[in-house]
Design a protein around this ligand. Sequence first.
Ligand code: R2B
Ligand code: URA
Length: 289
Amino acid sequence: MNGVEKVNKYFDIKDKRDFLYHFGFGVDTLDIKAVFGDTKFVCTGGSPGRFKLYAEWFAKETSIPCSENLSRSDRFVIYKTGPVCWINHGMGTPSLSIMLVESFKLMHHAGVKNPTFIRLGTSGGVGVPPGTVVVSTGAMNAELGDTYVQVIAGKRIERPTQLDATLREALCAVGKEKNIPVETGKTMCADDFYEGQMRLDGYFCDYEEEDKYAFLRKLNSLGVRNIEMESTCFASFTCRAGFPSAIVCVTLLNRMDGDQVQIDKEKYIEYEERPFRLVTAYIRQQTGV
Ligand code: R2B
Ligand code: URA
């Protein structure tokens, strides 16, 4: 993969006792290698409750025991089922970036060489029916560029948002096999849920309804099939680390038809199960668990 960066030279000094602040443990307080050393996949997504549920579903399906919540902070939850870690990342790129950096350090301390990172999320569809699982071909920022923008030392830095094509194709093939409605397309990463996604149901709105539809049509014509809030950072960080990664998000609504996410509980569970079923089938195929 292009642009793989070495681990930070300041961090990789053996006598430093690294503490993963938002996970609430460090090399001095946990035998990280013993607990995480056999990890092959890190599955992540926004909600702590959903990730607990995914870990429990995976454990039930594979008859592998599910760990307790291994996080010692209330920022993120971490569950482990054999070769798979389930860690939530909260909402938006700032929260995700913290979780990813600490997960990469976690994998480093555990001696895991090439973990695969998969984001299983929710999103708003752009011209696709609700319940569609979009496997992202790339991530687009809020200014419609294919980069993740970071501001470091007062300077704007743009980084590529490349995802692994082989992994994407394998996931799509599993989706087809399992009869899960899968589409590929670009994912737009917005910086907020309301105005940044051109919703008409926020508290503020200084644009018109026709502006919203013109924007969504423009996104669709650029190949965007869904909108969420983490894809650029996720793609960029995993790419820099050289870890294969994929983004698999179910659409909760078609934004061409509305803005409110108002689906009954049963439908919601059915939709949130789809990325899980797809990714689990792929992981089982790869690991034989
Ligand atoms: C999808 O859903 C969340 C907002 O409701 C956000 O984390 C995202 O990317
Ligand atoms: N998550 C988003 O960011 N947008 C939506 O429309 C639905 C879920």
